[in-house]
Write a protein that binds this ligand. Structure first.
Ligand code: 5HQ
Length: 333
């Protein structure tokens, strides 16, 4: 089987990307944030207090003839951005891009944090990291990808995110028309449950390539590109009037400045993914006439995060590997 679903930026800053998902019988429609940085499929629900809702679609299990509560099971998750949610668990039919997962764990929120409440465009998340970090307790559940994997023509999914335009998540196949050149594969370390890999280094504009192992995760659910301070300083020291503005929450640049490209190395054949300078500006920072940089410090997080700013410049293959060794494929587009 194969699936394909269109994913769309939720606002003018490409802050997150949602895609349509149907749950239950008859189908209940949702717009969910596909997140390769987590492994829970959760939705706003009839259990979510009305004062924590703000127009989101809600899942009502009692209206689905195929819903079954997983008795005694619950979930609770918190994310790197400080947001969180928790609730109860059902199994139900989940359809994405023509692919149907029967008996998929659907995590119904009985509470969500303020930032989820405020984000009216997002009805929940589809976790696409490894099932080893799914939070359902006492019986851990599988991600949508793991649930449908046996039925897929190939055990892969791909992400093709775009700047201010619809992109695509495909399941079970690689669309050769979606990228240029060849795909460079690199091994994945999934010991922490993420799509972890090591970039070979970086390049600011047309400066020399700086060889430096940068270990991080490919995370569609994070907006920014979060890298070590030496990389971030090298980039912004090349931008006139860039400043590290704590009140803005990081590096800002003058909004009318053309920014250098930023490239990062992948694989052992010298391949690079180049983010055009125009995509390194995320728009008004909220203070002065400055704009917020798409590259920020990974600081004390403990890992580097190749979020949407980086992924938007690439066609990315999340390959769980038929022989057990998962890998990431990177291609320009
Ligand atoms: N990296 C996972 C993730 C995704 C979305 C969100 C979020 C917060 C408010 C709206 O959406 N938080 C965390």
């Amino acid at each position: 089987a194969k699936g394909s679903v269109v994913t769309t930026p939720i606002n003018s800053e490409d802050e997150a990307y949602d895609a349509p998902v149907s749950i239950g019988t008859p189908a209940q429609p949702f717009n969910l944030d596909f997140d390769t940085g987590s492994s829970d499929l959760w939705v706003f629900s009839s259990l979510t207090p009305s004062n924590e809702r703000n127009g989101q679609n809600i899942y009502t299990a009692s209206r689905s003839s195929t819903a079954k509560q997983l008795s005694g099971e619950s979930w609770k998750i918190s994310y790197g951005d400080g947001s969180s949610s928790s609730g109860l668990v059902y199994s139900d039919v989940v359809t994405i891009g023509g692919l149907t997962a029967a008996g998929q764990a659907v995590e119904a929120a009985s509470r969500v944090s303020q930032s989820f409440t405020s984000e009216s465009a997002t009805d929940g998340l589809v976790g696409l990291a490894f099932s080893s970090i799914n939070t359902v307790s006492p019986d851990q559940q599988t991600t949508f990808f793991d649930t449908v994997k046996p039925s897929l023509a190939s055990p892969v999914f791909t992400a093709d995110l775009k700047h201010q335009a619809p992109g695509t998540y495909n399941f079970g196949f690689i669309d050769k028309s979606a990228f240029t050149g060849s795909i460079t594969y690199t091994p994945v370390d999934n010991s922490q449950g993420f799509w972890g890999f090591t970039s070979t280094g970086f390049q600011v504009g047309n400066n020399d390539f700086q060889q430096e192992s940068i270990t991080g995760i490919a995370d569609t659910g994070t907006t920014l590109l979060l890298l070590p301070d030496d990389v971030v300083n090298a980039y912004y020291s090349s931008v006139n009037n860039a400043q590290n503005d704590q009140s803005a929450g990081g590096f800002t640049v003058p909004c009318d400045t053309s920014l250098p490209d930023f490239s990062f190395g992948v694989g052992n054949n010298g391949a690079m993914i180049t983010i055009p300078g125009s995509l390194m500006n995320l728009g008004p920072s909220g203070s002065g006439n400055s704009c917020f940089g798409g590259l920020q410090s990974s600081g004390t997080i403990g890992t580097n995060i190749f979020g949407d700013v980086a992924l938007k410049a690439a066609f990315v293959v999340f390959d769980s590997g038929s022989q057990g060794q998962p890998q990431l494929g990177w291609a320009s587009k």
